[in-house]
Each structure stands twice: as C-alpha cells, then as structure tokens.
Design a protein around this ligand. Structure first.
Ligand code: DAH
Length: 339
C-alpha cells in the first residue's frame, strides 16, 4: 500500500492541466468519492495494526498534496484575464498599412553601411550654419570666386548666418574639437538658392566623408572610392578620376563610375560617354587642417562628398528630382521592396 501511495504522490506532483475541464477530470480522478485516494482510504481497514500509523500519515499527506495541487492549478485559471481589459475595441479590424522608407533614406543608409564597415562613424552638424564653418574654415577666401559656386541662402538679418550649402561644414565642426585620427561620415540636408525644376532643387542631401591620420595618401582615397563604387553599384563597376577644383582639397578630383544603366557601352543617360559623375573628392588642403587646429606637418587626410539624390537616381532612375519631396505615396510605395 505504501508503494501505491508513493506512486500516487509522484503523479500528483507532476499534475498539469491546460484548461478547467482537464482540471475537473483530475479532481475526479484523485479526490472524488470514487477517486484513487478514496479507494485507498477504503483499503485502509485491511492494513495491519502495526503499520496503520505510518500508512495513515502517508495517506493524509497524499490527500493534502492532491488538494493543494488542484487548488494551485485552479487559481492559475482563475487569474487568467478573460475580460476585455487591455483590448482596444476601437481599433480597426483591418490590418494597419505599413509605411515605406523614403528612397533617399534607403540609399543614405546603404552609403552609411558601406563606410561603417570601413570604420567610419557618423557625425552631424547644424543645417543653419555660420559663414566660418561653411566657407572660411574650408579655405574659401572672403572674395574668392568659389563662393559663387554655391548659391547660398543668407539669413537676412544676420549676414553671417547661412543655410549650409554642403555637408563639408561638418568636417570643420569635427576637426575643431577632435585631434586625428578622424574617420567620419556626415549625412545631411543642404540648401542652395536654385530655381526648382526636374533637375535642381533648393534643398537636397549629401554624404561627406573625412579621414585624417598620419601618412594618409591619395592611394588610400582611391582604394576607398573603388570599394565604395563596387559595393554600391555592383562588382563590375569601374571608376575614373578627373582633375577638378574645390577650395578645401588639393589635389581635387571628380569621380565617374562606368554607367550602371548601359554597363559603359553608352546610352542617353550617360550621354553616350559610358561614364556618369557621382562625387567630388581630394586630399584635405593643409590650409583647412591649419584653420581647424590640426598640425598639417604631422597629419594628412582625404575628403569626399556626394549627393544622395544623384546616387538614388542612378540606382532607381528617378527622372524628376521633385518627386523626392512631394510625398506622393504611389511613388514612395515603389520602394517598398528595396530594403
Ligand atoms: N562640398 C562639395 C559640394 O557640395 C562636395 C565635395 C567635393 C566634398 C570634394 C568633399 C570634397 O569633401 O573633397 O559640391
């Protein structure tokens, strides 16, 4: 009989029920009049007198444990919240339509990802800037014609305050408070006083990259450019560098990639040249390092800057720049699968 009690004790310990019906079945099996424990109680009469004390104690223990266990399981069901509390009955029964990421954000994130893998970290600066960070600290002389390269919005009441015309201003913001090594990427919105048309807008987006350390050379720049182009536009992409001019870099270059639409054979998009321009770059001019508190005899660096709209157009052939800021959901939806 002791063995039987032990066996039932084990069973009771392992009892599980996932709903009230199952629990009731267990109660009947163990604790009802015709249940297993009552059966044992009935047999108790036949237990030899010298064993009655021990068997009795064990039987009581079994009965208590079974009752406790059933109570615990019952409590669990009772505590389950079957009410409507926490349910928002005003919510639509239809699936909520998810928005899509903006194409410029998708492309910006891709650019950031590529540079992040090379150890660049993100830096940001203000869109409303002062003349120093946008121009003077970047080697634009006061009367330098290069200032005309960028049609600037001035805040009239304060002629020194401008809407930044390029994200190169963030270079100077970072350099003035950081000693090399510096390896940053600066995404952001920029403004230029342009008439809005399908090919120009008064605001657009750029990503700037800056790397300053000891012994940085043009070769480092070229290698990063090639890697970027292949990652962004595919492994077959070729690059070519053309000499150019920017006040803040010397030497300066513009980078073309083999036209990713015709593969370099020539098409209307690349004006039958097989090449399309995508960014400006160069070695940071020592004057810029000096103006921003970095020793140009010890350190050198490269910088590059690209327009996100331009890259996006190349990837997705968006013909009209204005589409990017019109928030037409039919247009935005087209990029649903792009990320
Ligand atoms: N700031 C230039 C522009 O807005 C782009 C640029 C060119 C950035 C060359 C650079 C660079 O960092 O080295 O047109």
């Amino acid at each position: 009989m002791i063995a039987k009690i032990e066996q039932l004790l084990k069973e009771v310990e392992a009892l599980k029920a996932s709903n009230a019906e199952e629990l009731e079945a267990l109660r009947i099996k163990f604790l009802s009049k015709k249940g297993a424990i009552n059966d044992l109680m009935a047999d108790f009469r036949n237990v030899p007198a010298e064993l009655k004390k021990e068997v009795g104690m064990r039987l009581n223990e079994l009965k208590d444990k079974a009752q406790d266990k059933i109570n615990v399981l019952k409590e669990q069901f009772e505590n389950q919240d079957n009410s409507c509390d926490g349910l928002d009955l005003t919510r639509s029964a239809y699936p909520i339509k998810l928005g899509t990421r903006h194409p410029l954000t998708i492309v910006k994130n891709e650019v950031i990802d590529i540079f992040a893998r090379l150890g660049f970290s993100i830096a940001e600066g203000p869109e409303i800037e002062d003349d120093w960070h946008v121009f003077s600290a970047l080697n634009f002389a006061e009367d330098h014609p290069a200032r005309d390269m960028q049609d600037t919005f001035f805040i009239e009441a304060q002629p020194d305050v401008v809407l930044r015309t390029h994200t190169s201003s963030v270079q100077s913001r970072v350099m003035e408070v950081t000693q090399p090594p510096i390896r940053i990427i600066c995404p952001g919105r920029v403004y230029r006083n342009e008439a809005i048309s399908y090919r120009a807008h008064c605001f657009f987006h750029q990503v700037e990259a800056l790397y300053i350390d000891k012994d940085v050379s043009f070769t480092d720049l070229k290698q990063v450019l090639l890697l970027f182009a292949k990652e962004m536009f595919g492994a077959d992409t070729k690059i070519r560098l053309r000499p150019s001019y920017f006040p803040f870099t010397e030497p300066s270059a513009e980078m073309d990639i083999s036209c990713n639409i015709c593969g370099g054979k020539g098409c209307p998009f690349c004006k039958h040249t097989g090449w399309v321009e995508i960014l400006g770059c160069g070695m940071v001019d020592p004057n810029v390092l000096k103006a921003n508190g970095i020793d140009s005899k010890v350190y050198s660096g490269y910088a590059l800057g690209m327009g996100i709209e331009r890259i996006t157009n190349l990837k997705y052939q968006v013909k009209d720049l204005r589409m990017f800021s019109e928030n037409d959901t039919r247009f935005l939806k087209e990029f649903e699968a792009a990320y």
